[in-house]
Design a protein around this ligand. Structure first.
Ligand code: CA
Length: 531
């Protein structure tokens, strides 16, 4: 009767068939997995985006699929959708804000009246800087008309900021995506409620009346005056003095002076964290770090937890900077520099600091990284060469750095120890797993291996795209077997590394959790769940 027994056996089913009695769906690899619900999908999209596509889907197709999921969320509960978008964006949990801006534009275009209003009201929370607003305008322009609701909402972005903050936004973020403040002011024409604001709007739409010798009487307008004045500067000293006095941002410095060390020294005290991290190579090339005091100031700044948090610096941005900076040459190879070791070390420390304080759960962890072929295609958050596999290594190191008991393993159709640890430099750890030659995928291996080798684990964390197909038992079945035979109520956390619709976690099992890779909230969520 073996042949009869096997077909409806819920305890052991090959991954090429669905587990009988469940709602499993075919994944893209020829196996079966669970479908994530649209809310999980929305979260994955907001965190991971769809830039660069995946092994199984081109960028355009993956984006379209995600947009459909967002639209279903909007139809099911538009207000909740807007809340989720605002939550992820406002806390800086995602490497890029673009998916949130895109989803907000969808809600502002396709929601019911109440949802559209909520989405428009949320513009200042999601579009915090000029560049975000320009991107929103570009998305909205393609999705809906410039009706009164949209014009009013854009107008409020300008009229509800205080004048000095607005002046800074106008100086720092001048245009993007074919949109500038001039276009948006002309479309929305907010009514200036003060002389300061009237002059600001006039400056953007008509130009500045002439700089003269004296700074502007109105302190809120001096930044604009200095910006215009810098355009006429003839020496680096003159520019540096304007920066010191009026706190001009980098965007206000004429290009010809951007290679000058004195100019950068003047900018340092006010430089936003993201700009600082992005310009480390420039600073190295222009000799800025020859002054040891500058090295000290920069390394102290970029490892400062509070400043990282306030500036919403995402760990991916730091990882990206670390990779580029430590290799000593730009992506296109024209620029070269000698990386300063202390700066590299500071970036390494900044990566861990950017996740904030995570309280250890003191559970036993088996961190299992899917290193199969499909994880080595596509890119995370548009960072060149940063694959889901590389990113999962960085993600696993966060837990490894926090929890006292862990094992890091990698799998395709074999299960092998990975020699990575938080004591290594981050980019070395990533490199160590970048070129592993795995092809097939069996996501059940962590549990099967642990059972066979009598390894005690309270939590299995699997970093994967859930495109599993090669095993003769499903991951959830292997987990239940592990629980039954060891008596440990082990949990499974699936860290989704691609914004697709699949998961190996059973949505009906409370001991299993889906999270999106590179959500800065994830390490804490994982520890809480484990506890
Ligand atoms: Ca795979």
């Amino acid at each position: 009767m073996t042949y009869l027994k096997e077909v409806l056996n819920q305890k052991k089913t090959p991954q090429t068939e669905p587990i009988p009695g469940t709602a499993q769906v075919a994944n893209s690899a020829g196996g079966y997995a669970f479908a994530v619900d649209d809310w999980t999908r929305l979260n994955r999209f907001l965190i991971l985006g769809s830039e660069g596509g995946s092994y199984y889907a081109a960028e355009r197709a993956l984006t379209a699929e995600n947009a459909q999921a967002v639209l279903r969320c909007i139809a099911a509960d538009g207000l909740r959708t807007v809340r989720e978008i605002v939550t992820v964006s406002d806390a800086g949990r995602a490497p890029k804000n673009d998916p949130a801006i895109f989803a907000l534009a969808l809600a502002a275009s396709h929601g019911d009246a109440e949802t559209r209003k909520a989405a428009l009201d949320a513009i200042p929370k999601v579009c915090r800087i000029g560049t975000h607003l320009f991107k929103f305008a570009e998305f909205a322009d393609g999705m809906r008309g410039w009706g009164r609701g949209l014009r009013t909402a854009i107008g409020k972005w300008y009229s509800e900021k205080d004048a000095s903050r607005l002046a800074y936004q106008m100086v720092k973020y001048q245009q993007r995506e074919g949109w500038g403040h001039r276009d948006l002011l002309r479309l929305s024409h907010p009514k200036p409620d003060s002389e300061t604001r009237r002059i600001l709007y006039h400056w953007v739409t008509q130009g500045w009346p002439g700089v003269g010798v004296e700074p502007h009487d109105d302190p809120d307008l001096r930044l604009v005056w200095a910006f215009e004045k810098a355009k006429t500067a003839t020496s680096a000293k003159e520019v540096a003095d304007l920066i010191r006095e009026y706190h001009l941002p980098r965007e206000a410095v004429p290009t010809g002076f951007l290679n000058d060390r004195a100019v950068w020294e003047a900018m340092l005290p006010d430089m936003p964290m993201t700009a600082l991290i992005r310009n480390l190579a420039t600073l190295t090339r222009n000799g800025f770090f020859e002054n040891k005091e500058n090295v000290r100031a920069v390394t102290a700044a970029i490892t400062d937890r509070e400043r990282l948090k306030a500036a919403r610096v995402h760990p991916i941005a730091i990882l990206s900077a670390l990779r580029t900076y430590s290799q000593g040459k730009g992506e296109r190879g024209q620029n070269v520099w000698n990386p300063v070791a202390k700066v590299v070390d500071a970036l390494d420390a900044a990566f861990y600091a950017s996740f904030g304080n995570v309280d250890a759960s003191d559970k036993r962890y088996l961190l299992a990284l899917d290193v199969s072929g499909s994880m080595s295609m596509g890119q995370i958050a548009g960072v060149p060469g940063l694959t889901p596999r590389d990113a999962s290594a960085a993600m696993a190191l966060i837990t490894a750095a926090t929890e006292p008991e862990y094992t890091v393993m990698g799998f395709g159709t074999e299960f092998v120890p990975l020699r990575i640890s938080p004591r290594q430099r981050l980019d070395d750890a990533v490199k160590a797993i970048s070129n592993l030659p795995f092809s097939g995928t069996d996501c059940a291996l962590p549990m099967v291996w642990a059972l066979k080798n009598k390894v005690k684990a309270d939590v299995f964390v699997v970093y994967t795209d859930s495109e599993t197909w090669a095993g003769n038992i499903h991951p959830v079945q292997a987990l239940r077997q592990y629980r039954d035979r060891t008596g440990i109520p082990a949990k499974l956390i699936v860290v989704g590394m691609v914004s697709n619709g699949f998961t190996i976690a059973d949505p009906d099992d409370a001991g299993m959790l889906d999270v999106a890779g590179f959500d800065t909230a994830v390490p804490q969520v994982m520890a809480d769940f484990a506890r």
